[in-house]
Design a protein around this ligand. Structure first.
Ligand SMILES: [Mn+2]
Length: 462
């Protein structure tokens, strides 16, 4: 079944690759600003460079009407959209109907079709773009028919997938798994078995412990000195002899297993611990996969997607300045939240942070993730609202203990149907765009739909 799907994707990719290979004029690549989009752009860039094409690349936040209009003024004969486009074909043709258009995407496909638009989308082949393949994966299938040399960059499909959180408990499935095996064969990624803490290569270990989401360790979670004390108790020095902080990567096998046992004991972990230990994916640049994807996402949120692209293309050694700016922004927003507790509206089922223009819309999702996972948070359902140029960005997060009980994707869709706007996502993390001024109406309506105390789940009535 999957092999058949891959065959079919390849057949379509071959036809579309011909359009790109035979293009004599200028090419404009347009990609999404998140980690997956940056990886898609990287793959397309390398392929076009290999076959000597005349091209430009732009990284955009979304394919909104005004952005496509702006793009249409570019002097290009062929437009290639990666990790976006499938949902905006009608809008694309409002401005680009006289150009050749190629789309490589994994988002849901819209009905619209036109002669000039050539689309490679997994959904047309029975593959779900939510967790089976990334935008970078679809771009890769297309580029593999442009030049076999692109196989040397196959790991970008996995960074993209990790950026779109398509990995579950360290495992890739179907197409992503197939691409992982290809990366493994080509020596583009290494898998080690160990603790799945964030920041193995880049973060001081005590910080990784202190910020651990699951399981939470009493007196260590959110507590820096407690985390250092835990390492002392295990006779693992917090600093190396050269004065640098100890990272997880610096530990011996024996120390790492001692630490693992201690985490399990202290957190009284009883459930399946698949998320704590298991596959750790290491890239050839000595970054852990998730970590690298997070760095690229940071670039995107700051509107510096090009920096991320340059990092992937090896035109930049590091993006430390960008990451510093990113951390400063996060700290500033968290600080604002803690000083403005009254901007959080508490309802029966959820807590709603109305930040207006105090939090950048590109950061509201990250901020909600951090707050909802913080040690002192008791709210299982949280939503954040931040103004954007044409409405309000909404970002919702649900505690994993409500998995299978609460579905905010469905609830959001239901509410925007009633009050206008658009939205959706996953059952435990989803977002929306609504008009300014309807925030309170949104809150009233969605809180009613999210009543998880009721045995008879309200959602079943939707
Ligand atoms: Mn994507």
């Amino acid at each position: 079944m999957m092999n058949q799907a891959i065959e079919n994707i390849r057949d379509r990719a071959k036809k579309i690759a011909e359009i790109i290979k035979s293009e004599k004029g200028k090419i404009q690549v347009v990609t999404h600003h998140d980690a997956d989009g940056i990886c898609s752009g990287t793959i397309m860039y390398k392929a076009l460079e290999t076959i000597g094409k005349d091209f430009q690349i732009d990284v955009v936040r979304q394919l909104e009407d005004n952005i496509i209009q702006e793009l249409s003024s570019k002097d290009a004969d062929l437009f290639i959209f990666t990790d976006l486009g499938s949902g905006q074909k009608e809008n694309i043709n409002k401005y680009l109907s006289d150009r050749k258009v190629v789309i490589a995407d994994h988002h849901t496909v819209s009905e619209y079709s036109a002669e000039n638009i050539n689309e490679l989308n997994c959904h047309d082949f029975g593959i779900d773009g939510k967790d089976e393949v990334s935008g970078a994966g679809m771009t890769y299938f297309l580029c593999r028919e442009i030049t076999p040399k692109i196989c040397e960059s196959v790991e970008f499909t996995l960074i993209g997938a990790a950026g779109d959180t398509q990995k579950k408990n360290g495992q890739f499935k179907t197409i992503n798994k197939y691409l992982f095996e290809e990366a493994d064969r080509n020596g583009r990624i290494k898998v080690i078995n160990g603790l799945r803490l964030f920041g193995r290569f880049t973060r001081p270990l005590h910080k990784s412990l202190m910020y651990l989401d699951r399981p939470k360790i009493p007196n260590v979670n959110g507590n820096e000195s407690g985390a250092i004390q835990m390492m002392n108790d295990l006779e693992i020095p917090a600093k190396k002899t050269n004065g640098d902080w100890t990272r997880l990567h610096d530990l011996s096998k024996e120390e790492e297993s001692r630490l693992t046992i201690e985490i399990i004991l202290r957190s009284e972990l009883v459930d399946n611990k698949d998320y704590l230990t298991g596959n750790v994916y290491v890239l050839t640049n000595d970054h852990e996969l998730r970590e690298f994807a997070t760095m690229l996402n940071a670039c995107g949120r700051l509107g510096k997607g090009k920096d991320g692209l340059d990092l992937c293309l090896g035109k930049k050694d590091n993006i430390d300045d960008t990451l510093r700016e990113y951390r400063q922004k996060i700290a500033k927003y968290l600080n604002w939240v803690s000083r403005n507790k009254e901007s959080i509206i508490h309802k029966k089922n959820g807590a709603y942070l109305v930040a207006r223009d105090k939090i950048d819309e590109n950061f509201i999702g990250t901020i909600m993730s951090i707050i909802s996972k913080s040690a002192d948070n008791k709210m299982k359902i949280m939503f954040g609202f931040a103004n954007s140029d044409n409405g309000v960005k909404v970002s919702g997060r649900v505690d994993s203990s409500l998995d299978g009980i609460v579905d905010i994707d469905m609830a959001i869709r239901k509410v925007v149907e009633e009050i206008g706007g658009e939205g959706g996502g996953h059952s435990l993390a989803a977002g929306a765009k609504i008009a300014q001024g309807v925030e309170l109406e949104f809150i009233e309506k969605i809180d009613l739909l999210l009543d998880y105390d009721q045995k008879k789940n309200t959602l079943s009535n939707i």
